[in-house]
Design a binder for this molecule. Structure first.
Ligand code: NAD
Length: 497
């Protein structure tokens, strides 16, 4: 495996060049060491990328391509990712401290995303709509222009692909801004896109701060849409900026997703799914099942078994294949998780397990945090309402369906929900009643690129993935073509007097 970090160059509309903005440091938080430092983009780099992207997008060599021709670029990018999975996984694991097992899966999913949107493009049709007169009506889909994609640090290659693939397929140019803690893997994607022969100018990767690079992107008059994944407060800020420009915006934001365990569930299935739902990715997952509701009749036994299973999880180095829970992305982020656990305890929570940094000597330099379970607080406590984005689960009892629906929905977020029961009609009733973009029944955190994904409430606006994911990067135009060959009667022309 080629274990080199990318050079100190950013990808500005097809040109590799040194960024003119502030330095960005990429750390390997699992070992407390520095990976590399790169020069980030400046506002001038953003302007240059957008100017060239606009020209490249308008060129018939891109916007005029037939769907199957444009799809061929996406297939080549997919092949390029597949050929480089080990390298991408290594870079992303170094950047984010995620396990190699997980980053390999994320790279595989990114390759599948490019392939999928190539196929969607090839099989999507414009619409011949029903006329109400002697004319033909056609509704066609056109690209928006230059799209900004802004992504977070927790699953960068997969988040990047979810935006870049449909936006390029739809005929746009894309300027991608990855998060400052994880700039490297997006630069790897740029190399692969370049090798796939995408016409120059259509794709840029501009690592940099949200304040300088992100703001400039969002406010630039030639950005036609922003597709954002990240925190709710940043999303709200972007939505306000978009409103000023009357620009469409897609927002994939945070979550505080309820997992509901009914007394009639298969308890072993539920325990395995709950562990995966909250503690995989060290809980740094928007869809983490971070609020657990257990039916009161089985609460004590079930929670005791869950704690026992949690204590068996293997916390360790991300390159160790046995590791289930790796380091958090950054020591600063661990401090924020620790602050939340302290807050929960101050609110009266009881610590059932975790709540500490692991004391194994080989982990002390890393930003590790033990899988943690809190109980004994009501759903109104801040630890139950706010996103921790770490390996912290809060457990609460409930009495019946109505009670758990009320508690589950008593939260500003609406991203996901897990339901564990053998009663399928009950699962469907509860699933329909819960505010969430995704409901998992007797499973959790499973994903298919064919299935739309997104949140409601403070979890966002819009959906990604699925066939309709392409349409999020297009505008519709309608054509009326006369078939009668007759002048409009209202005009009474040509005059016959
Ligand atoms: P963040 O909001 O701090 O940053 C996300 C991106 O926005 C980064 O690239 C950042 O630099 C940029 N940004 C920050 N301020 C900006 C500004 N003023 N203008 C433009 N861009 C700006 O989020 P994060 O800490 O990187 O990621 C964690 C958050 O992302 C969590 O809340 C998590 O739930 C959410 N997330 C959501 C999903 C989803 O699909 N719903 C998926 C993954 C992560």
């Amino acid at each position: 495996m080629d274990q080199q970090f990318p050079n100190d160059q950013i990808f500005v509309a097809g040109e590799w060049q040194k960024g003119r903005g502030a330095e960005i440091r990429s750390d390997f938080a699992a070992e407390g060491t520095e990976n590399t430092v790169i020069s980030g983009a400046s506002a001038d780099d953003v302007d240059a990328a957008i100017e060239r992207a606009k020209a490249a997008q308008a060129h018939a060599g891109w916007s005029g391509l037939k769907p199957h021709e444009r799809a061929s670029y996406l297939y080549r990018i997919s092949d390029g990712i597949t050929a480089n999975i080990e390298r991408i996984a290594w870079v992303q694991s170094r950047d984010t401290s995620k396990t190699l097992t997980e980053t390999r899966a994320l790279a595989t999913s990114a390759a599948a995303t490019f392939r999928y949107f190539g196929a969607v493009l090839e099989t999507s049709d414009d619409l011949l709509t029903a006329p109400r007169g002697a004319y033909q009506t056609l509704s066609v889909y056109e690209p928006l222009g230059v799209v900004a994609a802004i992504t977070p640090w927790n699953s960068p290659i997969a988040s990047d692909a979810q935006k870049v693939a449909p936006a390029l397929a739809a005929g746009n140019a894309v300027v991608l801004k990855p998060a400052s803690w994880s700039p490297l893997v997006s630069l790897e994607l740029a190399r692969i896109v370049e090798e796939a022969g995408l016409p120059r100018g259509l794709f840029s990767v501009l690592p940099g701060s949200g304040r300088e690079v992100g703001n400039r992107l969002v406010e630039h008059p030639d950005i036609a849409k922003v597709s954002f994944t990240g925190g709710t407060s940043t999303g709200r800020h972007l939505a306000l900026a978009a409103a000023r420009k009357l620009m469409p915006v897609s927002l994939e934001l945070g979550g505080k997703s309820p997992t509901i365990v009914f007394e009639d569930c298969d308890e072993d299935l539920a325990i395995a799914g709950i562990l995966f739902g909250i503690f995989s990715s060290s809980g740094q997952s928007c869809i983490a099942g971070s609020r657990l509701f257990v039916q009161r009749s089985i609460y004590d036994r079930f929670v005791a078994r869950l704690v026992e299973a949690t204590n068996r999880l293997r916390v360790g180095h991300p390159f160790d294949a046995a590791t289930q829970v790796s380091s958090l992305v950054h020591p600063d982020h661990r401090e924020s998780v620790e602050d939340y656990v302290r807050l929960g305890l101050d609110e009266g929570a009881e610590l059932l397990t975790g709540g500490t940094r692991p004391d194994a000597p080989e982990l002390t330099n890393g930003a590790f945090y033990a899988p943690t379970i809190l109980a004994g607080v009501s759903n109104t406590a801040r630890i139950c309402r706010e996103e921790v984005f770490g390996p912290v689960l809060v457990v609460m009892p409930f009495d019946d369906e109505a009670d758990v629906i009320a508690q589950g929905n008593d939260n500003d977020y609406g991203l996901a929900c897990g339901i564990w029961t053998r009663d399928y009609p009950k699962a469907m009733r509860v699933g329909h009643a819960i505010q969430a973009g995704t409901v998992w029944i007797n499973t959790y955190k499973q994903f298919s690129i064919s299935t739309p994904f997104g949140g409601d409430g403070d979890s966002g606006i819009g959906r990604e993935k699925g066939r309709s994911g392409l349409r999020a990067y297009q505008r519709q135009k309608s054509f009326y073509t006369d078939l009668s060959g007759q002048p409009h009667p209202w005009a009474r022309w040509p005059a016959d007097d």
